[in-house]
Ligand binder design. Structure first.
Ligand SMILES: Cc1ncc(COP(=O)(O)O)c(C=O)c1O
Length: 443
């Protein structure tokens, strides 16, 4: 057996091909988190690192919550795995039922996956199959958005709008169009909360409908707030207008709420926050507080009913994962939901959002800061890119912040922040003080 005693030794790092990581760069100067509790990660030498990103937008209830870890330990000893294909076990039924306490009214049907990417591909497949089942088989086109991130499955990268995530992977799904993204720094830099209405952005869907005819379009998918490409906040009225246009042409609307779900912006889902009812919601991450991988797709009852009526004769939807509704993940989900409810963490996110906004916008005027965006407990600081080296400035701030004791996330030259919802005001101050120092010292 090859034992590795020093995790940072080159031989210890070589085997793991790290995801979305500059492997050579990382392995030359590794950054290792060893443990976590509450608002903090701890490094190899036990240095605390304030978590400004809830891991990767996952740990909304903070780290190492005994309620969740105990539920997981008990469940794994009790029933480690059981199939959900033509068999059942209690936990996914219970979790699905409990989740409908927080989903928008009329979205009471839940399909379980293992990740956000799988939730997205599941949602797209449900949309296509539904259109066919109701006699609308010509509706095969899918509409995404520039700068959208919908995970890394072929469906997700096809409707997604991130060039690097697409360009290496062949022809992708055919029949996909993209709406324009919603960021307009020239006109609306440093907006607090929602940018002002820009009707032309949602109305661009009308142009796509005119080009293809609505009768050929199955679904539109957007993130209510786009996270991974640098926190793009929807302008006032944008999501409502998309809903209107979809309604006019019987097009399904999918909200990808993998990051906005589970209280990140104050309501359980952005659908409720912006008072827009989509047909399908995708989720993951905060569903289990990141403890065990799991995703969920919430579907309007009428869509599920259509499958029950027209699908079959036996299996109504030919789709599913070995681990859909995994007992240990479901146990984590149930304990997480209880924590969210008992500690009223979604309300907490809303209550803290003004304080968060003030702290975040106090970074205006620091070197190279060209925009600051926020909503709920989400924030972004955008830096002017160094000529010829996009992403370099933000990366340097990221490494400097880590050295100073804060974990932030960067994408291109945008610093994205999304702390656990348990964050205290003093920790918000601490995060922005550390970030201010990193912005000054790191560039
Ligand atoms: C909006 C959105 N959709 C999908 C995904 C993909 O989730 P996963 O990495 O769990 O597959 C992400 C991940 O960040 C996301 O932000």
């Amino acid at each position: 057996m090859k034992a590795v005693t020093d995790i940072t030794a080159p031989e210890a790092l070589s085997a793991f091909w790290m995801p979305f990581t500059a492997n050579k760069q990382f392995k030359a100067a590794p950054r290792i988190l060893k443990s976590a509790k509450g608002m903090y990660y701890y490094t190899e030498d036990n240095k605390p690192v304030l978590d400004g990103t809830a891991g990767l937008w996952c740990c909304n209830a903070g780290h190492g919550r005994s309620r969740i870890t105990e539920a997981v330990s008990q469940q794994v000893a009790h029933l480690d795995f059981a199939p959900t294909f033509q068999m059942g076990h209690p936990l996914p039924f219970e979790l699905a039922h409990r989740l409908t306490e927080i989903t928008p009214a009329g979205m009471d049907r839940v399909f379980f996956t293992n990740s956000g990417s799988e939730s997205v591909d599941t949602a797209l497949k449900i949309a296509l199959a539904y259109q066919r089942l109701i006699g609308q088989g010509s509706r095969t086109r899918l509409i995404g958005r520039e700068r959208g991130y919908h995970g890394v499955g072929f469906g997700g990268i096809s409707v997604g709008g991130i060039p690097n995530n697409r360009k290496f992977f062949g022809s992708l799904l055919t029949g996909v169009d993209h709406l324009p993204h919603t960021l307009n720094i020239d006109r609306h830099a440093f907006t607090r909360g929602l940018p002002p209405a820009q009707p032309e952005l949602a109305n661009a869907l009308e142009g796509i409908v005119a080009l293809h005819d609505g009768s050929n379009i199955a679904a539109v998918i957007v993130e209510p707030i786009a996270g991974s490409t640098g926190v793009l906040i929807p302008p006032v009225g944008y999501l409502k207008r998309l809903r209107e246009i979809c309604d006019q042409h019987d097009i399904l609307l999918i909200f990808d709420e993998v990051i906005t779900g589970f209280g990140r912006i104050g309501s359980p889902f952005a659908a409720q926050e912006f008072d827009v009812l989509p047909d399908i919601i995708t989720s993951a991450k905060g569903l289990t507080n990141g403890t065990i991988p799991m995703g969920a797709v919430f579907v309007r009852n009428a869509i599920y009913d259509a499958f029950m009526e027209h699908g079959g004769p036996a299996i109504e939807l030919f789709h599913g994962y070995t681990y859909s509704g995994h007992p240990v993940a479901a146990a984590a989900g149930l304990a997480t939901l209880s924590l969210y409810q008992e500690e009223q963490l979604f309300d907490r996110a809303r209550d803290l959002s003004d304080y968060w906004e003030q702290g975040l916008h106090s970074l205006r005027g620091l070197p190279n800061v060209i925009d600051i965006r926020n909503y709920g407990l989400v924030g972004a600081v955008e830096l002017a890119s160094e000529p010829g080296a996009p992403g370099k400035r933000a990366y340097n701030v990221f490494t400097k912040a880590l050295e100073l004791g804060a974990l932030i996330r960067v994408t291109g030259d945008v610093i994205a922040l999304s702390p656990p919802l348990i964050i205290e005001r003093e920790e918000i101050d601490q995060l922005f003080n550390l970030l201010a120092d990193a912005l000054v010292q790191g560039q």
